[in-house]
Design a protein around this ligand. Sequence first.
Ligand code: G6P
Length: 369
Amino acid sequence: ESIEKGGYEHFMLKEIFEQPRSILDSMRGRMIAESNHLMMAGIREFENKFANANRIIIVACGTSWHAGLVAEYLIEDLARIPVEVEYASEFRYRNPIINEKDIVIAISQSGETADTLAALELAKSKGATIFGICNVVGSSIARATDAGAYTHAGPEIGVASTKAFTAQVTVLTLIAMIIGSRRGTLETTKLHELMVELETIPAKVEETLKLNEQIVEIAEQYKDASNCIYLGRGYNFPVALEGALKLKEISYIHAEGYPAAEMKHGPIALIDEQMPVVVIATKDSSYEKIVSNVQEVKARKGKIIAVVTEGDTTIPAMADHVIEIPETSEHLVPLLSVIPLQLLSYHIAVMRGCNVDQPRNLAKSVTVE
Ligand code: G6P
């Protein structure tokens, strides 16, 4: 087993550090910016269906559901098709309205999650086209779909999902770009810019992983916290949910992810000098808005751990801790901003003596209801 961990203390840490490679593998052969090549074998036959879809419904559970939320922002913005993201377990029992012009995307690392499988079977019985995004080749969900694309993250052993999430987001980004260009909602120059930027992401993830030592120091200061709030807006809202999920899964600290502006409708009541608040506030279209949310936290003496874009000075002036990540397009920022949150939860859990790779009560794949 120690050989399989490749010198890392845990599978989770190894998998976090594999992300430059797994992201690259998930785009390899599907996109070459230089030659404007953008192609996904699984989608080719269904490109017309996608381009003419009335609606895209994404069904998933857990971390895969968070990747689905990122896809909602991507597909609506780049391809202008309405997207709904559903918990598979709710969708399947709700008598949902589905028809032949809908496309259902099922996202699952394992391809074996019972609720996700049942949700797609239901949608299929109502005539929708089912597209799968799975990591495990030949899995039940991969076999039950009409078409699909594999994430090439490689085996993920740690129960808390890390590299599967970024691989899913990579594949979903390619899909949004393909549909957007096919529908003409994403103009060629913008598409090319995004492709060029996406190609730089593995190197930028590598850069982001160098923050590891700094994050160990932050973890040291918050390892005894009993609660934690994660805030983000826009593309970083699903990242806030994912950061909170990672922390609670493996360290057993109660954590809540929230859209930063919703904070005033509840969580703000929890903020005092004991409350760590992780704010993901990169330079993007919601930056100015999140600055004022950070001021609201500061005014209540919350401890601010801010993930910002390199070179930012406004938020660092208010924050207790600043984690700087490389600049990128806002469409791609989750691929970078999630990395420090994975590392933070990992180190806190290790310091608390938790079983990081196999947290209590959790399973890698939930094959029963
Ligand atoms: C379990 C795992 C999570 C995972 C979720 C969905 O809860 O512990 O890490 O995100 O299932 O799994 P799937 O294989 O469908 O992505």
